[in-house]
Design a protein around this ligand. Structure first.
Ligand code: GRF
Length: 238
């Protein structure tokens, strides 16, 4: 941009440029389909969204999500964990190099199927979030939908939380609940939860990018009117 084209306070468009310039640079880490990643990319297209998706990293070069990110015009890279054997930190240093090169400020895990070491988690303390398909702290780990059905719960859902060293733990930023119906299979329950995930992940990232989701005494506190923005998505039994 030439100097004469730089908007100044009072110019039309100045506030938009300031907003655009202060958008947080986000990387989304994926391993597969990438539907939550796609929801974040879609949300970040809104001019007032406080984050831009600067990079998608997959640990699986053939992940479907990589193609959809490319189609959406987002920079992608693969850091294939199989090339690092058992050396988790070497894999994570490669992740970190990519995050540094792209000036990433916030990391979103979205179906990223690698355990992270305390070293990497510390690098991104309070700046890395994850989506998990259950109402945490219930059903940490895998196969959450089958386990929810086996347990006979009537409400299930999804959570977005800050990442801490312990898996699927960490301060909860937003949760969405869905009803569990008598005829549910793990597959259709998963589909209902996934639709809820696509609503809360963009909301949670907005709160983090705006600096409104803070950790106080191990819990996430939201500044401002988060409740009416849908931080708790209630079941629709209608
Ligand atoms: C989602 O259910 C997410 O909650 C879990 O892994 C799944 C990823 O799905 N962590 P997608 O790749 O975002 O479609």
């Amino acid at each position: 941009m030439s100097d004469s084209a730089v908007p100044r306070a009072g110019d039309a468009g100045h506030s938009n440029v300031v907003k655009a310039m202060s958008r947080k640079r986000v990387a989304v880490l994926i391993s597969g389909r990438g539907s939550n990643m796609a929801a974040l990319i879609q949300a970040a297209k809104q001019p007032d969204y406080p984050a831009e998706i600067a990079l998608v990293i997959s640990n699986r070069p053939d992940a479907a999500g990589v193609k959809s990110a490319e189609t959406a015009g987002v920079a992608t890279t693969s850091v294939d964990h199989t090339r690092y054997g058992k050396d988790r930190e070497a894999f994570e240093r490669a992740l970190q190099t990519n995050l540094d090169v792209h000036g990433v400020e916030i990391v979103c895990l979205a179906g990223f199927m690698r355990m992270l070491t305390p070293w990497f988690v510390r690098q991104w303390e309070e700046r890395m979030i994850n989506i998990h398909p259950s109402l945490l702290p219930a059903f940490k780990g895998l196969d959450t939908h089958a386990r929810a059905l086996a347990a006979g719960v009537k409400i299930h859902g999804a959570s977005v939380h800050f990442v801490v060293a312990e898996v699927d733990s960490g301060p909860i930023i937003a949760q969405a609940a869905v009803p569990v119906l008598a005829a549910d299979t793990p597959e259709n329950l998963a589909a209902r939860v996934l639709a809820a995930e696509h609503r809360i992940y963009p909301l949670a990232l907005r709160l983090v990018a705006e600096g409104r989701a803070r950790i106080v005494d191990g819990h996430c506190v939201i500044d401002g009117p988060a409740a009416i923005e849908g931080i708790l998505v209630a079941p629709d039994f209608g």
